[in-house]
Design a protein around this ligand. Structure first.
Ligand SMILES: NC(=O)c1ccc[n+]([C@@H]2O[C@H](COP(=O)([O-])OP(=O)(O)OC[C@H]3O[C@@H](n4cnc5c(N)ncnc54)[C@H](OP(=O)(O)O)[C@@H]3O)[C@@H](O)[C@H]2O)c1
Length: 322
């Protein structure tokens, strides 16, 4: 039993001794007016880990729902794991940005604070997340703040008691290695896109080897949401891939989504699927009553297409992964 109750495999111990639940609820693209019911219902189902970011513009709504859950005794603060993220335009204002998020979330500490992207952009005001574009309609990148400087400011948050763990997001192997070299407090987590169509096996292995917990954002490939936003193919509809996953779903009497989430969990990778539907909240959480065989894990390995669905660069006039 871990700190959060439930089976042992539900909790991952981070490199600083704190525990993190292997499944969390991503709250990006949740509508403000649906947040209260979704969060309260998620807690009732058993979710104890929520992944937010100032960029999602719903920290206040998440904070309101959590405050209600604490006030009514549904759950205690120490039983919940809250992540939020530093936006690109706040790299030079880490402490103020973190305090702003804490205020919106009505919390006095964060369980995890992540550098959302390894890129600093022109400052648009603490807690605002406008991505300023230059005269060519390209992201106005700030070349004066190094990631090392940002990281040392993140480290200060730990000594100030504002944050328990700090981590990185959307860092590749090169940048993760560099962060390890300059950090006094090692990153506890690297959060990046990972699902059967974009597995990132080398990055997962690198993180594991160096004691960094890998967290899969977009663990369902974003489904139709990323098709609508970025024009990405909806992986969950791709005929060849889905054929393989449907076969496994039938074999284990589970849904395709449960197979996809279970596969990442068995790689010791945290998953943070988002849904705004109550029945899917339940479905996505029911992934601890079966285990994929090694052969089936290997079979999923063969459907990697190295296909990235999360493409914010489409709005920034520049491919940041180029
Ligand atoms: N660090 C970063 O840069 C970064 C980037 C992207 C995402 N994230 C985090 O990762 C979280 C998840 O990513 P995401 O929301 O982009 O993508 P995702 O979780 O891979 O996919 C979400 C999509 O899948 C659908 N879905 C969820 N459960 C389903 C089920 N059981 N059956 C069928 N469809 C289902 C959802 O629709 P419904 O809502 O209609 O169910 C939604 O359209 C985010 O909320 C955020 O917290 C972080």
């Amino acid at each position: 039993m871990g700190q959060f109750g439930g089976p042992e495999e539900m909790a991952i111990t981070l490199n600083n001794g704190f525990q993190m639940l292997i499944i969390g609820l991503g709250v990006w693209r949740m509508e403000k007016n649906e947040m209260r019911d979704l969060i309260i219902n998620a807690i009732k189902i058993g979710y104890r880990h929520f992944d937010c970011a100032v960029h999602y513009k719903n920290e206040a709504e998440l904070g309101e729902a959590l405050a209600e859950a604490f006030r009514t005794g549904l759950v205690k603060r120490e039983d919940i794991f809250i992540t939020t993220k530093l936006w690109n335009s706040d790299h030079g204002h880490v402490v103020e940005a973190c305090k702003d998020s804490l205020t919106k979330l009505q919390l006095d500490y964060l369980d995890l604070y992540l550098v959302h992207f390894p890129i600093a952009t022109s400052h648009t005001g603490v807690g605002t997340t406008a991505s300023a574009l230059d005269e060519n309609k390209e992201l106005d990148i700030d070349t004066t703040i190094s990631l090392e400087t940002t990281w040392h400011d993140m480290e200060d948050l730990v000594s100030m008691g504002l944050v328990r763990s700090i981590g990185i997001s959307n860092y590749d192997i090169f940048l993760t290695r560099d962060c390890l070299a300059y950090s006094k407090v090692k990153p506890a987590v690297n959060q990046f896109e990972s699902h059967p169509y974009f597995q990132r096996d080398s990055l997962v292995k690198f993180c594991r080897k160096h004691g960094i917990c890998a967290t899969a954002h977009t663990p369902l490939g974003g489904s139709v949401a990323n098709t609508e936003l970025f024009g990405s193919d909806s992986c969950l509809d791709e005929p060849i891939l889905i054929h393989c996953l449907r076969g496994l779903a039938k074999k284990y009497k589970k849904s395709v989504v449960q197979i996809v989430l279970r596969w990442n969990i068995q790689r010791n990778t945290v998953v943070i699927p988002k849904t705004s539907k109550l029945e899917r909240l339940r479905e996505n959480f029911q992934v601890f009553d079966f285990k994929l065989t090694k052969e089936d894990m290997d079979l999923i390995k063969t459907i990697d297409r190295k296909y990235r669905t999360y493409q914010p660069g489409k709005y920034w006039g520049i491919d940041v992964y180029a």
